[in-house]
Design a protein around this ligand. Structure first.
Ligand code: CUA
Length: 315
């Protein structure tokens, strides 16, 4: 299989890519040939039959049934070829192999997260084994997003309150760029991710090792790792500086005024609630923009993050 990048298209890194590309090439070259024929005919006729002198009348109109049938039948055949070919590829995209591994894809402003049936939930990076069909069960927490991996030729809208489904089978090991291709607000262009394709053995090892704290890791270390992994770091500082959300430095035990006017003391239950239902109590002066981590953070993850936040005492 061709893995080199060309000026036209990215490498073909999934089983379906060559089929998609063949159809694309057919349409591209058929359109190119038609474009050349039409353009040159137009130029030729414009020159050949241009107005010469004072002739007011055009030549008499003569019907030509043969010609009319020809220019109807040829485009009809051409379009039917594209329709049948395209419909076959469409079915390939939508019929998911029975032995496919399922990954739950969630889009929200502005990141992707991935849930595994017997495994962890990852943020930003989908990890899959090579040469295995992967079924993507997709939904959105907020607005419409669209999941696109150019190298796999896979693209599907991700909607709130509904599942959409597609699949791919990666044929190359490596990292592949994920884009959001539906304008979804301020952070749309930064709603990027990666698909990391591993050999089956490495994938199995990763799946086994990726839940809960690692051996020899304290809850605080585990929380610190989740803090980066789940992108909390994008909006919360740990050095006291104000960001999109309140800083985590000295947060535990602090008295905060809520947007509702109520004053609360930050304790374990408040932190837990703020991760899972962030809109419940928003600190005054901040926009209610935090996404929910319900379904992403497991209990042990929430424990780890709370331990980490507790460790960030104001000196
Ligand atoms: Cu999500 Cu654009």
């Amino acid at each position: 299989m061709d893995t080199t990048k060309t000026i036209w298209l990215p490498p073909q890194s999934s089983t379906i890519s060559p089929q998609i590309d063949n159809l694309f090439d057919f349409i591209l070259w058929a359109s190119t040939v038609l474009f050349i024929i039409v353009t040159f005919a137009t130029i030729y006729f414009a020159i050949r039959y241009r107005r010469k002198g004072d002739v007011a009348k055009t030549t008499p109109y003569v019907e030509n049934l043969g010609l009319e049938i020809t220019w109807t039948v040829i485009p009809f055949i051409l379009l039917m070829i594209i329709f049948v070919w395209g419909f076959k590829d469409y079915l390939r995209f939508h019929i998911i192999p029975a032995h496919a591994m399922e990954v739950k894809v969630t889009g929200q402003k502005w990141f992707w997260s991935y849930g595994y049936l017997d495994g962890p939930t990852t943020v930003g990076e989908m990890i899959v084994p090579v040469n295995k069909p992967i079924k993507l069960l997709m939904s959105s927490q907020d607005v419409i997003h669209s999941f696109f991996v150019p190298e796999f030729r896979v693209k599907m809208d991700v909607l709130p309150n509904r599942y959409t489904v597609t699949w791919f089978e990666a044929v190359h090991i490596g990292e592949f760029q994920v884009y959001c291709t539906e304008f979804c607000g301020k952070g749309h262009s930064e709603m990027l991710g990666k698909v990391k394709v591993l050999p089956q053995e490495e994938f199995d090892k990763w799946l086994e090792a990726s839940s809960g704290p690692q051996e020899g890791e304290t809850m605080v270390d585990y929380g610190a790792r989740l803090f980066v992994k789940n992108a909390c770091v994008t909006c919360h500082s740990v050095d006291g500086s104000k960001n999109v959300g309140p800083t985590f430095l000295g947060l535990f035990g602090r008295r905060e005024v809520m947007a509702s006017g109520e004053t609360i003391t930050v304790d374990e239950n408040y932190l837990r609630e703020s991760m899972l239902s962030p809109m419940a109590k928003v600190v005054t002066g901040y926009d209610p923009v935090m996404p929910t981590f319900q379904g992403i953070l497991k209990n042990v993850d929430v424990d780890g993050l709370i331990a980490y936040i507790k460790s960030l005492e104001q000196k």
